[in-house]
Design a protein around this ligand. Structure first.
Ligand SMILES: NC(=O)c1ccc[n+]([C@@H]2O[C@H](COP(=O)([O-])OP(=O)(O)OC[C@H]3O[C@@H](n4cnc5c(N)ncnc54)[C@H](OP(=O)(O)O)[C@@H]3O)[C@@H](O)[C@H]2O)c1
Length: 333
């Protein structure tokens, strides 16, 4: 068996409810490159190695195999259900049928409840797995406050039934948050957003902290094997940047671990994907922290290096992917 990292030693992040969870969760998006079988195998190995936090989604196409793994680990008593924090997400084509979507995820994951249920994207705009960057769904629509709140309240009702412990949101902007937060009957516990050293989202991160919503950083390593549709020539490879490689050299570790230490010390939950390096990724936050100077040096790396531009979610009439991100401070319609 591979090395075991004592979950007690993994630093925790705290939701406004007071609940604490490990600051590192395992991502499970195979990026159209890693098979569902290999992702499920990594979930098995990760939980056996001390992971207690897993980030799933219906659209990753692997919840059924992850569910087999969870069922097996629970029946073998490797872990108890209440020691695990399992997160999943409603996909864009199910915003009007959230109960059905959740029941499918629960049935696939072989669980009675999930610990966090996110609205994956704030647009009801479906695209097929493996699609290319020019793929557009003609039924796509711009953001609607009312429709988003309706989807959210469907989750709130499922929370009352005990099927969802916490509600999460994802890929929102400050203008969208300003519009929806006052209308929601339950405050979201967490928000997933893209964060890595060259895309720090400082303003949005501060907004979330000020509103007591936990920032959950996705692609914390700059997702070197992201889907083809999300790669453009001008993208920066965070882990190859000199600030990161220099600090990594000084600590004698892979640059990935520097990105994760930075994420942890900055106060977010990070959800790195890995089928080969997941033990090192969990262990690195339990030892050898970055100094204040190193944290400051990484703080200077911001380059607006957004990797998930989201072109496939655009609606007819939208001009470019920038429209998804409300860059002028107003919701683009
Ligand atoms: N809410 C959303 O809209 C959203 C969007 C995107 C992603 N996510 C979530 O965020 C998770 C993470 O994002 P991601 O998977 O795109 O990118 P990522 O975690 O930034 O990068 C994963 C890549 O880094 C490599 N890696 C991991 N640890 C490493 C290490 N210690 N040394 C060297 N290489 C290492 C992995 O390779 P190996 O497998 O070989 O280790 C894999 O290719 C996803 O899996 C998903 O759960 C959410």
């Amino acid at each position: 068996m591979s090395e075991f990292v004592n979950p007690e030693l993994v630093p925790k992040v705290k939701f406004y409810t007071g609940e604490e969870v490990p600051c590192i969760g395992l991502g499970t998006f195979g990026s159209d490159r890693v098979s569902a079988e290999d992702v499920a195998k990594a979930v098995d190995g990760a939980i056996r190695s001390g992971y207690r936090n897993i980030d799933c989604a219906a659209c990753y196409g692997n919840e059924d195999l992850i569910g087999d793994v969870l069922k097996n680990l629970l029946s073998e008593n490797v872990v108890k259900r209440d020691e695990l924090f399992v997160m999943t997400k409603v996909w864009n084509d199910m915003h009007r049928e959230v109960a059905k979507a959740l029941k499918k995820s629960l049935s696939d994951l072989k669980l009675d409840y999930v610990d966090m249920y996110y609205i994956h994207w704030p647009f009801p705009n479906y695209h097929a797995p493996h699609c290319d960057v020019d793929s557009r769904n003609p039924d796509s629509k711009p953001f609607s406050v009312d429709e988003f709140c309706d989807t959210y309240e469907q989750i709130a009702a499922l929370q009352k039934e005990g099927l969802v412990r916490n509600i999460g949101i994802s890929n929102l902007t400050i203008p969208k948050l300003e519009a929806v937060l006052p209308k929601l009957s339950v405050k979201p516990a967490a928000c997933e957003l893209e964060i890595h050293p060259c895309f720090q989202q400082n303003e949005l991160m501060q907004y979330l902290i000020d509103h007591d919503i936990l920032p959950v950083g996705y692609m914390p390593l700059g997702s070197p094997r992201r889907p083809e549709r999300d790669i453009v020539e001008t993208d920066i490879n965070d882990m190859a940047e000199p600030v990161i490689t220099e600090i990594a050299k000084n600590h004698g570790v892979h640059p990935a671990l520097i990105c994760l230490k930075w994420a942890q010390q900055r106060g977010e939950m990070a959800i790195p994907f890995s089928i080969h390096n997941y033990v090192a990724n969990l262990k690195c936050v339990t030892e050898d922290p970055l100094s204040d100077e190193e944290m400051k040096a990484i703080g200077t790396m911001e380059r607006n290096n957004r990797l998930v531009k989201g072109q496939v979610f655009l609606w007819p009439g939208a001009e470019s992917w920038h429209d998804l991100w409300d860059e002028d401070g107003v919701i683009v319609q």
